[in-house]
Design a protein around this ligand. Structure first.
Ligand SMILES: Cc1ncc(COP(=O)(O)O)c(C=O)c1O
Length: 389
């Protein structure tokens, strides 16, 4: 069969090697502790599940408006106003099958062959694949642990060329958990303001921030930034709804929203009607207590994992301000993160994600979206692995 050139550019994720090894070891009866999950271990709040059951029983099971039912768009608009200081009308929002789908559609609508997309590294694995799929070119800005893995204005300025179309920002970051402050965003804006660069701001982890730090949405810093930003968010991470597939894109450019609508109307149409009804309860404050409990539990787990990892002499890690990952420096042991992960998995049955999958070798990603017992048991094994080297 002759496949399209476009599909042939897509690569399987580098993390597959580790997850298939973990699966093989499990099948052989080995006790494997996995810290590779990109999702909360909590169950979806009951009030949301009950609403989904109500939607099914009341027959809310038909096609809906492609971009989402009005009540849902209003709930998103209200959430963005009250929690994020972002002023989007319901008709400036489109709901898709998870933030990943929102990003796919947004890149489809914006990236032409030869366009450059600036992506700070380490990055979430999907961005460069999407850029390549749509014929664009990823321009990576290498960040430094000493700068909390964040880009600064001069790095951004140096990366811009006449072909630059988009800057991708992920705050809080997957894989580092770092969060851009308002001042940092303002200094990036100083570079962007004389350009027509679009910012795709992936804020999927925005509710998961710790130590009472206040999260600043990229588009909230001023009106020009709002106009050039496409805000991406969803319910997967903070509301423990990964399987429900609900994400959204918001933009002041109504033509873009219309184009996203056209694309979605010809591909997946609306997201499932039941998820739409249920999602309203993840946005309007009704699940606030559950979400607050998730955040408190993540905070305790973060502190625990951070302390235990830093107690291991040859490892060090920065304290993440958000999300549920530690990005651990393993350079003193083995700068080859894939080799480190394979060896650790084979010898001690601990699955981590190699930093090279996120574009930065010398680090591994540890997800603390699991119980405190598992965190303690896993880090005890990591400690033993290093002691036995
Ligand atoms: C940075 C980032 N953006 C987007 C997503 C996609 O989330 P979803 O498609 O479940 O909404 C993820 C999931 O891992 C992520 O880490």
């Amino acid at each position: 069969m002759k496949y399209s050139k476009r599909i042939s550019t897509l690569e399987e994720s580098l993390t597959i090697a580790i997850s298939s090894l973990a699966r093989d070891l499990k099948a052989q009866g080995k006790d494997v502790l996995s810290f590779s999950a990109g999702e909360p271990d909590f169950d979806t709040p009951k009030i949301i599940k009950d609403e989904a059951i109500r939607a099914i029983n009341s027959g809310f099971t038909k096609y809906t408006q492609v971009s989402g039912i009005n009540e849902l768009l209003v709930a998103i608009s209200n959430k963005l106003k009250s929690e994020n200081n972002l002023d989007y009308e319901p008709n400036e929002i489109i709901v898709s099958n998870g933030a990943k789908h929102s990003l796919f559609n947004v890149f489809a609508a914006l990236v032409d062959s030869g366009d450059e997309v600036i992506i700070p590294s380490p990055y979430w694995v999907t961005y460069p694949e999407l850029v390549r799929y749509f014929g664009g070119k990823s321009i990576f800005i290498e960040t430094d642990e000493d700068n909390d893995f964040k880009i600064n204005a001069s790095q951004l300025r140096a990366a811009i060329t006449p072909k630059t179309k988009i800057l991708v920002l992920t705050s809080p970051s997957n894989p580092t958990g770092m969060v851009y402050s308002k001042d940092e965003l303002l200094s990036l804006y100083e570079v962007l303001k004389d350009t027509d660069i679009i910012v795709v701001s992936d804020e999927i982890y925005e509710r998961l921030v710790y130590d009472n730090i206040s999260f600043t949405s990229t588009g909230s810093i001023n009106n020009d930034m709002l106009n050039r930003t496409i805000t991406i968010n969803g319910l997967s991470k903070a509301v423990a709804m990964t399987g429900w597939r609900m994400g959204y894109a918001a933009s002041k450019d109504k033509t873009l929203i219309k184009m996203l609508n056209n694309l979605q109307s010809q591909s997946t149409s609306n997201i499932n009607s039941i998820t739409q009804k249920a999602s309203i309860f993840g946005l309007n404050g009704d699940a606030k207590m559950d979400i607050d409990n998730f955040i408190s539990a993540f905070n305790i787990r973060r502190d625990l994992a951070y302390k235990l990892i830093n107690d291991i002499k040859l490892l060090n890690v920065r304290l993440p301000q958000g999300a549920f990952y530690l990005f651990i420096n393993i350079k003193k042991i083995n700068p080859d993160s894939m080799a480190f992960c394979k060896d650790l998995l084979e010898k001690e049955g601990v699955a981590l994600v190699p930093g090279v999958a996120f574009g930065m070798d010398g680090y591994v990603r540890f997800s603390f979206a699991c119980s405190e017992e598992q965190i303690k048991a896993g880090i005890t094994r990591i400690d033993r692995y290093i002691a036995n080297l």
